[in-house]
Design a protein around this ligand. Structure first.
Ligand SMILES: [Zn+2]
Length: 368
């Protein structure tokens, strides 16, 4: 158990590497999540090294092997009042630097200069696109997680949660693919990933950990003790602030004693976000995704938007990309429950989620 915990902490610290590094066809992208607008940066390149200084930033010392076409390794060196980032290059590179706000970040794209790739090397099969073409932005990949499935029906009211969320996810996949977005599903039929809830949620979370995924959206149906609540709620990972949310978190984490145990585990991860600026940056992205999804879903379906909330959801605890759990409506409300049972309404739900995802992506909030 202890060994597992240590391994988990180690994996978790890797997940929050500074910078985040994305290897793409034709370029390597470094994304630095910054604590404020006041951070100043400067860049220089000589002798096969690119050196970036970030003033007003703290980061842990780190040496990452990258081994892309452009970059051999990236070293992060904390210094007095600043961080020095040393990038070992594989040739002369063109660096494109962009700053984004809300949340604050610096994105550095590195592509090899044209002349650098021609001489020296003997003829070889080169699958990369021609160097004079600007790098194509990577196709976004969205991981959809229809909650529950198989032995676990989720909430049962006017609808069965596992059936409704699968139907919505399949509809949303079709809509997203039409927009040129790649979609992966944690399940595409009525099946659990494991009969053991902890293992089931861990496998879903692990799929979100793939370096290919840009967004993680877990889809659920809500329930209330009085069966009178209705509306849309969206959650991102963090400490649950009120008892009502905590009760809901425990239910989605498996319910009963098991749900409480998994919630406690997730809470210890949520605590650590407080001291990690990179994890906090991802939390802000996730919160923003939650707000965008919630508003668009509410606008499209007419269901009231009840808000976004932090919650200690086991399935979201290690996500290193914007990740949310969306409750698309209350399956035990006499009106909303019956709406969710209607295929035309579920199509509207999928369209609302699509609008939210497209808006979020269009705002350039994801860069990796
Ligand atoms: Zn659920």
């Amino acid at each position: 158990m202890r060994v597992c915990l240590l391994v988990c902490i180690w994996l978790w610290s890797l997940a929050w590497a500074f910078p985040r590094i994305g290897v793409h066809q034709g370029f390597t992208r470094l994304v630095f999540d910054l604590p404020s607008k006041e951070v100043q940066h400067s860049l220089s390149q000589e002798n096969g090294l690119l050196v970036l200084i970030l003033r007003g930033v703290k980061a842990a010392s780190l040496d990452q092997v990258v081994n892309s076409s452009e970059v051999a390794s990236v070293q992060t060196l904390p210094e007095e009042g600043q961080v020095r980032v040393v990038v070992r290059l594989k040739g002369a590179v063109e660096a494109t630097v962009r700053r984004y706000s809300d949340p604050e970040r610096l994105v550095v794209d590195l592509s090899l200069k044209k002349e650098a790739s021609t001489p020296a090397k003997p003829a070889q099969v080169n699958l990369d696109p021609p160097r004079n073409r600007p790098p194509r932005p990577p196709k976004p990949v969205v991981l959809l997680d229809p909650g529950h499935g198989g032995v676990d029906p989720g909430m049962v009211g006017y609808v069965v949660e596992k059936e409704v969320v699968l139907d919505v996810a399949l509809r949303l996949r079709r809509l997203l693919e039409k927009e040129g977005i790649e979609v992966r599903l944690t399940r595409d039929r009525d099946a659990h990933l494991s009969p053991d809830k902890r293992e089931d949620l861990s496998r879903r979370a692990a799929l979100a950990d793939s370096s290919q995924v840009n967004l993680f959206i877990s889809v659920h149906v809500n329930a209330s003790p009085t069966r009178t609540a209705r509306g849309v709620e969206v959650f991102y990972f963090g400490r649950a602030q009120d008892p009502r949310v905590l009760a809901q978190v425990i239910r989605e984490n498996g319910g009963g004693e098991l749900g409480k145990r998994l919630t406690q585990e997730a809470q210890s991860v949520a605590e650590r976000i407080l001291s990690d600026i990179v994890a906090q940056a991802n939390q802000r992205y996730s919160q923003r995704l939650a707000e965008t999804l919630g508003r668009k879903l509410s606008q499209t379906t007419g269901s009231p938007f009840r808000g976004t909330f932090p919650g200690d959801f086991f399935v979201l605890r290690y996500a290193k990309v914007p990740a949310v759990l969306v409750e698309i409506g209350f399956g035990d409300h006499p009106v909303e429950g019956r709406q969710l049972a209607d295929a035309a309404y579920r199509e509207k739900v999928a369209q609302g989620l699509l609008a939210g995802i497209l808006t979020f992506l269009a705002n350039g909030a994801y860069a990796r």
